[in-house]
Design a protein around this ligand. Structure first.
Ligand code: SF4
Length: 311
């Protein structure tokens, strides 16, 4: 797939052994952080935390991205190169560290390498449930490779509205590809059991000033996916670089969305608590622990690896 890359709907067709595509990454896996995180949805975090691996680069270009240090389409976005052997060892070390799950964040552009590293890790005793934590911006070709390894899709459905996609997601074509992604996922995983970390948990972040688009998304979710997926409604939008300013969702708007979930019979899932509003969710990946300390612990193996590579 790296010879003529079509892992995501950008379908760059570049030879990534030679050059990067829109995601900014060639064929060498780069990761920005690994450790336990207790801020994911409860079944994913478990008691000790989800075992996170944040990959560098991203095929989308969301203006609001909280992970902007690592997700830009620049080749020098923050992160370090790892071999497949090292990546497999990260997975194994997360398991030994007590992770409830392996939570792979935005690995779309490294799908073939991640699949290979998972094979290596499984050969050495890796057995954690695998959570594919993505923007929903994968091609069917990419999904076909990673699907056999995935237990739970933790997948964004950002919007079905072209204007919202243009303003917030960086790529209007997100709207054209998300149905194909969701159809693939729900065909291959028609049932969701969050206690067993199986199936699909759809995340939808409410963008400010776009309530009509969110209400329309909720109705569509209820029609198409209520029986096969759970929903996680998030309200933590923060303009990360301070270059845009939007009014946050009001209490009345928030309450209205909760009412709509009830009306639509959406019961399986989570709604982000507004009391979390004062938590600083924007990570600083240059730190050993990029998140609030009560939420995360760095993986010692990752820190050693980073020290040895970046020194
Ligand atoms: S992963 Fe997507 S953005 Fe990156 S090179 Fe492949 S098709 Fe292009």
């Amino acid at each position: 797939m790296y010879d003529n890359c079509r892992l995501c709907p950008n379908a760059c067709g570049v030879d990534r052994h030679v050059k990067a595509g829109v995601c900014g990454q060639k064929d060498v896996v780069r990761i920005a952080w690994s450790g336990l995180h207790r801020g994911e949805e409860p079944p994913v975090s478990g008691r000790n935390g989800a075992g996170m691996v944040f990959f560098t680069g991203c095929p989308l270009g969301c203006r609001f991205c909280q992970n902007w240090q690592i997700s830009s389409g620049d080749e020098d976005a923050y992160g370090m190169d790892v071999t497949l052997d090292e990546l497999a060892e990260v997975f194994l070390q997360l398991q030994s560290f007590g992770a409830a799950s392996l939570d792979l964040v935005t690995g779309t552009h490294f799908i073939p390498s991640i699949a290979e590293a998972l094979d290596l890790a499984r050969g050495r005793g890796f057995s954690l449930p695998v959570v594919w934590n993505s923007s929903g911006y994968e091609s069917v070709e990419g999904l076909e490779i990673i699907d056999p390894y995935v237990d739970l899709y933790l997948v964004d459905v950002k919007t079905y509205d072209r204007q919202v996609a243009r303003t917030f997601c960086g790529r209007e074509r997100y709207v054209d590809s998300i149905d194909g992604c969701m159809d693939f996922i729900t065909t291959h995983h028609p049932h969701t059991d969050l206690d067993r970390l199986q199936g699909t948990l759809v995340r939808h972040l409410v963008f400010p000033g776009t309530l009509a688009a969110t209400r329309s998304f909720i109705r569509r979710f209820a029609r198409r996916y209520r029986s096969s997926c759970a929903l996680s409604l998030m309200v933590q939008f923060i303009p990360p670089k301070g270059d845009v300013s939007f009014d946050p969702i009001s209490d009345e708007e928030y309450d209205g969305l909760i009412d709509l979930l009830d009306e639509c019979g959406i019961e399986d899932g989570f709604v982000q608590d507004r009391s979390d509003d004062d938590i600083l969710w924007i990570p600083d990946f240059t730190k050993d622990v990029p998140f609030p300390a009560s939420f995360a612990d760095a993986l010692p193996y990752f820190l050693d690896l980073r020290r040895s590579k970046l020194s």
